[in-house]
Write a new protein. Structure first.
Length: 374
């Protein structure tokens, strides 16, 4: 956290005290009790010197206050020491400034009181009165500067804490997303390897094709491992590699149809959001059905939302939904990732249909480099 004032603050401080000097000169020159007829040079010099002095002291007082621990959360003893140090510093500044201002006024504007002129009281009393007035005036101004500095230090600390909280929250979210992503990759890899092992003896050519597709999919996954979101077009390309692997396993028993509107192809979606949904549809809706079935992947726009659906026409909706909710690392991770990325702006549902189940994901429409309202 920057304790000393920066260039902008220094410029503002200087401008403030210049304005203060101008107002002081104007007030004294146009005083109704008479100052307008005299020379304005001494008045201007005094006001300028005083303002310059405060302009020099203000950054120092700001810095000094920011170094003290005056917050309520601080230990009582430390806060007490800070208050004592602050009071001593203010009194010392007021004494020094008051003395300087008194000498400056005495040299530039010699003053003889009416009482002294009438034969009563000498200049010593006048000088003492001037000193006390200058000290009290400097003390009040010092306390005003210190109060402003304390408010500034509090705001700086508050802003710094907010930034730290935002960074920590973002780091935590990224760590959770990374953990979910790694869990999803392992889950997918183990399932695919199990599928490959089941075909080693009866379909060696298919195994080689599955391994090749698995290598392509893993390469894409590792290269984009740090990306939380990718365009839907790229996500569909990754899904195509997975579908090729599954088609080798199921042959003619599996059909996958892609029905995605062109308007949402460039929209941002979570990486590997479709693969676990399709895997779930195959596992619980197609694999158990002797004749296989069809998985339909749909993508469309609904206002400012992107709607993704994975529909399986397999063994039946109620059984599919029950099995999916009872088990499935992929679906649990999908829900967690959606919540981490979009909070309440997203929704996920898995419902039964007449001839299967429908997994639906709703996301905010966001296209990089373009407006979502276009």
């Amino acid at each position: 956290m920057p304790l000393a004032p920066g260039r902008r603050e220094l410029a503002f401080i200087f401008a403030f005290w210049v304005l203060w000097a101008l107002l002081s000169v104007g007030n004294r020159v146009f005083d109704a009790n008479g100052g307008a007829t005299g020379s304005t040079t001494p008045i201007a010099l005094i006001a300028g010197a005083e303002s310059l002095c405060w302009a020099i002291l203000t950054p120092f007082l700001f810095w000094f206050v920011s170094r003290l621990d005056l917050e309520r959360s601080a230990p009582t003893e430390r806060r007490a020491r800070s208050v004592v140090a602050l009071v001593i510093a203010v009194v010392v500044v007021a004494l020094v400034v008051g003395f300087i201002f008194t000498e400056l006024r005495s040299s530039l504007t010699p003053f003889t009181s009416r009482i002294g002129a009438q034969g009563g009281r000498g200049g010593a009393g006048v000088g003492g009165s001037r000193m006390w007035f200058a000290f009290i005036s400097a003390l009040l101004i010092s306390f005003a500067i210190v109060a402003t500095g304390a408010a500034r230090a509090y705001l700086l600390r508050l802003r710094d804490r907010r930034e730290q909280n935002i960074q920590l929250t973002d780091q935590l979210a990224q760590a959770r997303l990374g953990a979910l992503r790694r869990q999803l990759d392992k889950h997918f890899l183990f399932n695919t390897l199990n599928a490959i092992s089941s075909l080693v003896e009866r379909d060696p050519r298919g195994v080689r094709r599955m391994i090749a597709r698995l290598g392509d999919l893993l390469r894409h996954s590792f290269e984009g491992g740090r990306e939380a979101e990718v365009p839907l077009r790229r996500e569909l390309a990754l899904l195509g590699l997975y579908v090729d692997i599954m088609k080798v396993r199921f042959h003619d028993r599996l059909t996958v149809e892609i029905r995605v509107d062109d308007a949402v192809l460039e929209s941002q979606v979570p990486t590997l959001i479709l693969q676990p949904l399709v895997e779930n549809a195959i596992k619980h809706g197609i694999e158990r059905y002797t004749e296989g079935g069809c998985v339909v992947v749909e993508g469309s726009r609904d206002g400012d939302m992107v709607v993704l659906r994975v529909i399986d026409a397999g063994i039946g909706g109620v059984a599919t939904v029950a099995a999916s909710n009872a088990s499935g690392v992929g679906l649990r991770n999908t829900k967690e990732r959606l919540h981490q990325l979009y909070g309440r702006s997203q929704s996920f549902s898995l419902t039964s249909a007449a001839d299967g189940a429908v997994a639906e994901v709703r996301l905010p429409l966001r296209i990089l480099g373009a407006s979502s309202g276009s």
